[in-house]
Design a protein around this ligand. Sequence first.
Ligand code: ATR
Length: 273
Amino acid sequence: MDRYLVFGHPVRHSKSPFIHTLFARQTQQELEYGLAEPAVDEFAHALRTFFDQGGKGCNVTVPFKEQAFTLVDRLSTRAKRAGAVNTIKLTEDGVLLGDNTDGAGLVADLKSHGVTLADSRILLLGAGGAARGALAPLLAELPSELVIANRTHAKAQQLAAEFHDLGPVTAQTYELLAGPFDLVINSTSASLQGELPPLAPALIHTDIAIYDMMYGASDTAFICWAKQHGARQTMDGLGMLVEQAAEAFTVWRGIRPGTKQVLRELKRNLGVI
Ligand code: ATR
């Protein structure tokens, strides 16, 4: 049977096996999908061993995405732009192809929530790996402007310069941000520590769409805060998780699984509904 898995550390709580098993069942594909948690300095070896032993493809998550970028034979355009690899496929001719489906997953999830990206003014919070992965797919949707704000402003400036050729992207400090924005995407890891990015409440209005790439059994700190300040449409990163997985599954199997039912089952599994 074709074997796939996700590499991460820690990875025990990964939802990827659950999601891909449901995709496989739905599309009647025969495959198995497992977990691998190599020591941080043993990822390269573990990856090679997996493919030497007949593995067909894998996902890569924290903290291995940047390392995976350096270990594959060939990179997709979107992986090159992201500077990180979350999906690897062994091609027919034995080439390890590195791809990145995170940004496509974000855009697909935003669209499934009815968020319009064309001609919209987007604020992207954070300038780490998650922001980098989102930029090219977001700019491809032709927003009127995309502003990056980051605690360490120099990193936002650097990202804006790096993606300037793809669209109207600028950097601004949190203090000098000027609304109105149609959509705010939180790519920071602040919610992990129960913290908030230092965003002025005045930037939140009733018609704004709020997206937090983080998710949990209850609202993230950022979503709670945005709701308190009047945001009516808030979304967390669970949909992005399912959509990036669907994109990876499509890369591997050449068949696109439906995501709605799988997202519902995942929510049930997490105790969200
Ligand atoms: P990831 O790969 O998930 O993006 P990362 O590369 O470590 O992780 O980036 C984390 C991002 O969250 C950074 O933009 C970080 O800001 P700095 O560049 O200033 O470190 C941001 N971040 C983390 N904690 C934050 C907080 N409490 N407030 C605001 N931004 C925060």
